[in-house]
Write a protein that binds this ligand. Structure first.
Ligand SMILES: [Ca+2]
Ligand SMILES: [Ca+2]
Length: 187
């Protein structure tokens, strides 16, 4: 009988460990399990997420105020250099957003936004024309102002800078020929 009880306890313990592990592995909760982002509408919720390590500092986005907010990660696979548009106006709460390139182990922050949505009423984020310098993964990390969380919905747009170029390499240099003001305009 004692043996049976021990077995039951062990089974319960294993079940608890498996449950805890499953909770820690909610898709999108960490960079390494980032949800695939597509051109168009992407949705998730930060309500069921946990705060990931290395909370972003404001660094130019005054009202990021990330703190220990629950956050979700998306990853967009950029096939070429280009310009990234992110519109979180349809999200249901006061989002804070940071964008990185590189890998989960070595990330480079390339953009952030706190409250720029021109039409929202919840201080959602909005950033157009984020320069992605090379092909590769772009990580979009969504948290909230002062630990706010809720429904995430954003529209992603991407304009590859090779659209008007003979080669991708020529787009790596910002130049200003007559009529050309950005990397999309390549000779
Ligand atoms: Ca997280
Ligand atoms: Ca905000």
């Amino acid at each position: 009988m004692q043996k049976l009880n021990k077995l039951a306890l062990a089974t319960a313990t294993v079940a608890a460990i498996v449950a805890a592990h499953a909770q820690a592995q909610v898709a999108g909760d960490e960079c390494t399990t980032a949800l695939s982002a597509v051109v168009g509408v992407n949705t998730s919720s930060t309500a069921t997420m946990t705060p990931s390590a290395n909370a972003p500092l404001d660094e130019g986005c005054t009202y990021l105020d990330w703190g220990a907010s629950k956050d979700v990660w998306f990853v967009f696979a950029a096939a070429n250099p280009g310009l990234l548009d992110l519109d979180f106006c349809a999200s249901g709460y006061d989002t804070s957003v940071v964008v990185y390139t590189g890998s989960c182990a070595a990330m480079t922050r390339i953009a952030c936004d706190d409250d720029s949505c021109p039409t929202g009423t919840d201080y959602q984020s909005y950033k157009l024309g984020i320069q992605v310098a090379s092909a590769g993964n772009v990580y979009i990390r969504v948290g909230g102002w002062n630990a706010a969380s809720g429904a995430v919905s954003f529209t992603l747009g991407y304009t590859e800078s090779t659209a008007n170029c003979a080669s991708a390499e020529s787009c790596a240099v910002v130049h200003a020929e007559p009529g050309c003001g950005d990397q999309l305009c390549c000779g």
